[in-house]
Design a protein around this ligand. Structure first.
Ligand code: SF4
Length: 348
């Protein structure tokens, strides 16, 4: 059983953007929400938002017939919806995935600057060279990668389906080359005992959760259940009552009998958790403590770039829409669609 870890592709703190933005007043936001809703309807566009973006964007997506979901469901919704114009409020790989699955549709984002540390930590040329050194392995990549990296892979997975897909590949006797998240890779390897060679990227949000501070917090809240996203370090995952995707975390909060929950994932998810469970208490898992280098502090700086302001500008200004349309090279898109379709087919 090989678990090999390669050079570290985690981002240094200075590579993570600091996002500072002026929040409009409540009455300005109300007026913006109204205009955005009207423009979405007038332009026959549908808004597809991730659980980590601002709560008001999540509400807008729901109110206007769009969806709020994890990356797997966002991909499926965008593909299956009749609208020919999608706005993806999330990070760039999500916009690219929507375009790859529906090349005939126009896909826009409030900002194309919304990256992801996992995507940035897996440069396609270096990854292609790595694959070339291990031609006997099945290449499984997380959805948080560029179109080019997906085009190099055999399978794309999300945290909702990674365990099941890797288990199935192991049962077929396949040895796996996994990228880019090392924490999720180690978790999947430990659960499935599959032979996995791991790329060494990390999520700047989840990597910051601190196991020792978490153990201290649990002493203060001994009856709280701990919900953890598997991009977190192994010592944090080891303490969890539920480990899983954003959808699994939301389900755990809904179904477990506990009244209090400690949650180790991006704090954007608290909007749905509190809305769906008004009588339960949700506490952020700690990112401070010894060794803290946090510049994201449980909130993805790239997800935070999605705002009412840039969504409104996108809808009102043709030139911005021209600049913020997601394009994927058709040949790369065609190749990247194969492992994405495989994942969606596996999930049916
Ligand atoms: S939370 Fe982490 S994995 Fe998700 S988009 Fe941000 S950097 Fe990427």
């Amino acid at each position: 059983m090989a678990v090999e870890v390669l050079r570290d592709y985690s981002l240094a703190p200075e590579q993570v953007p600091l996002v500072a933005s002026t929040r409009p007043t409540e009455s300005e936001r109300k007026a913006m929400r109204k205009r955005i809703g009207e423009e979405l309807r007038r332009q026959k566009m549908v808004l597809v938002a991730h659980y980590y973006v601002d709560g008001e964007l999540q509400e807008l997506a729901e109110e206007t017939g769009g969806c709020v979901a994890d990356s797997l469901e966002m991909a499926r919704f965008g593909r299956d919806h009749e609208a020919q114009k999608l706005i993806v409020a999330g990070v760039r790989f999500m916009g690219e995935t929507a375009k790859i699955l529906s090349p005939e549709k126009q896909v826009y984002m409030p900002t194309l600057a919304a990256e992801c540390s996992l995507d940035l930590g897996c440069p396609p040329d270096a990854f292609e060279a790595f694959i070339g050194q291990h031609p006997d392995r099945t290449v499984v990549v997380y959805a948080n990668t560029s179109a080019r990296v997906k085009a190099l892979s055999d399978w794309v997975v999300t945290s909702s389906c990674a365990l099941e897909i890797v288990s199935a590949l192991k049962a077929r006797g396949e040895r796996i080359l996994w990228a880019p998240d090392k924490h999720l890779g180690r978790y999947i390897q430990a659960q499935t005992q599959a032979d996995m060679l791991l790329w060494s990227g990390a999520c700047v949000v989840h990597e910051e959760f601190k196991a020792a501070a978490l153990a201290d917090l649990r002493k203060v809240h001994p009856h709280a259940a701990l919900l953890v996203h598997p991009e977190s370090p192994a010592e944090v995952i080891a303490q969890a009552d539920v480990v899983g995707s954003t959808s699994a975390i939301i389900k755990g909060a809904r179904e477990l009998p506990n009244e209090t929950f400690i949650v180790a994932t991006d704090r954007g998810i608290f909007h749905q958790l509190r809305r769906q469970n008004p009588n339960k208490q949700f506490i952020e898992a700690p990112t401070a403590g010894d060794g803290a280098t946090c510049r994201s502090c449980a909130h993805c700086p790239w997800m935070a770039m999605n705002e009412l302001q840039n969504l409104e500008r996108l809808l009102l200004d043709d030139s911005i829409r021209g600049r913020n349309e997601v394009h994927v090279d058709p040949a790369i898109g065609q190749r990247a669609k194969l492992p994405l379709d495989r994942m969606l087919e596996f999930q049916r």
